[in-house]
Design a protein around this ligand. Structure first.
Ligand SMILES: *Cc1c(COP(=O)(O)O)cnc(C)c1O
Ligand SMILES: [Zn+2]
Length: 387
């Protein structure tokens, strides 16, 4: 393991690597749920590089996310189904219609439980098993919990899923099928999150991505794969739907690591997309740039990004600055149209939330020219939506 320690993204304190770590002991959850003391994992990149380029990494025939083991916070892969190794492919008809030079789709629906969340779960289950835990939990509108339930079924862990009151029937069915213990909140996702975090005192292992600092490490492998799949040439733009902000922030970290290792020529601009009805990260971004917040209100069908209190906002805002990126929000009508276009013009099975990425790229094209740009669009999940 090349981990050298953990740094608090809020106060900057450095800590030694511990077996189990959640929030910064000094900051803790703090008064503002969107600005807790989230920790970030540091590595000795000079030491990791040789191993990554050699038999312990890219020269191995390992294809799942443990291909990047030297950049992961685990000693060895645990008992998990193969996560990652999802295809990146060019959708040329759709790309031509948008006027970009190349539209690459990173199809995360090819993961074992059909969502990018599996990358984080692979790390959570590996670490929980290594630490001797039997119970593992998360708060989730569906995909993270289903991922956790499926991987727990594989590994023989008890999964506890804290879901919002309005969790979708399709998703609840999968949780039941995977044998998870489902705890339905009286409230929304933000309340389910708080109820879940209360269970850590029972000795359960937390898979919550903004509390458990090791989760982002799994998600960043999406970026490491994109780098390798493009022959170590970064796309101009990476576009992704944003809820808690862990996913796109993790992708930003992955690309920074690649540049640090000399495996990427530059950082792509990160474009985060939220729903017009719920866009707190876009507001935070706008207020940093002296712009008035956009109006909010109404509901969104983009359940996986229906997050009022984004728990990893600070991390993403920093990555956006580093990459010269930005946040956008799109209406449900725009998302619905994008979901249909992904199907009609590229044959893609994208769930509603994932299609926000394409709607965001189209919204970006209204603000600035995307002509000649190469784009990686993250299809974060492909579970069928409720009718
Ligand atoms: C979780 C999820 C997202 C957003 O990820 P965050 O880390 O919450 O920003 C986007 N799309 C899908 C399909 C998801 O499941
Ligand atoms: Zn701190």
């Amino acid at each position: 393991v090349y981990v050298t320690g953990l740094t608090c993204l809020r106060c900057g304190t450095r800590y030694d690597w511990l077996g189990e770590a959640y929030l910064c002991p000094s900051c803790g959850p703090g008064p503002d749920p969107t600005d807790a003391g989230v920790l970030d994992v540091d590595y000795d990149y000079d030491a990791a590089r040789g191993e990554l380029l050699g038999a312990g990494g890219l020269a191995s025939d390992r294809r799942d996310l443990f291909r990047f083991l030297p950049l992961l916070p685990v000693e060895q892969p645990g008992p998990v189904p193969p996560a990652g190794n999802t295809p990146l492919y060019e959708a040329s008809r759709l790309g031509r219609r948008l006027g970009v030079s190349a539209l690459h789709l990173k199809d995360e629906a090819r993961n074992p439980t059909r969502a990018l969340k599996d990358r984080a779960t692979a790390i959570a289950v590996t670490r929980a098993k290594a630490l001797g835990h039997e119970d593992i939990f998360c708060a989730s509108a569906g995909n993270a919990a289903i991922s956790l339930a499926g991987f727990s079924a594989f590994a023989g862990l008890r999964a506890h899923a804290f879901v919002p009151r309005d969790a979708s029937a399709v998703r609840l069915n999968w949780l039941q099928r995977f044998g998870a213990d489902v705890r339905r909140s009286e409230g929304d996702y933000d309340e389910a999150y708080e109820e879940a975090e209360g269970k850590r005192s029972d000795g359960w292992y937390s898979r919550n991505c903004a509390f458990n600092p090791f989760q982002v490490e799994g998600k960043k492998t999406a970026a490491l794969e994109i780098g390798e799949q493009l022959g170590w040439k970064s796309p101009d733009l990476v576009v992704c739907a944003v809820g808690d902000a862990c996913t796109l922030a993790a992708i930003g970290k992955g690309f920074r690591e690649l540049t640090r290792l000399g495996l990427a020529d530059r950082l792509p601009r990160l474009i985060g997309v939220q729903a017009a009805a719920v866009h707190p990260v876009a507001d935070m971004f706008d207020s940093r740039h002296g712009r008035e917040p956009l109006p909010v209100g109404g509901v969104t069908k983009a359940v996986s990004i229906n997050v009022g209190k984004p728990r990893n906002a600070r991390r993403l805002l920093t990555e956006l600055e580093e990459s010269g990126g930005l946040m956008l929000s799109v209406t449900d009508d725009q998302i619905a149209a994008a979901q249909t276009e992904l199907a009609r013009d590229a044959g893609v099975v994208a769930e509603f939330t994932s299609a926000a990425a394409l709607a965001g790229l189209q919204a970006l094209a209204e603000r600035e020219s995307v002509a000649g740009k190469s784009v990686a669009l993250i299809i974060t999940g492909g579970r069928p939506d409720d009718a």
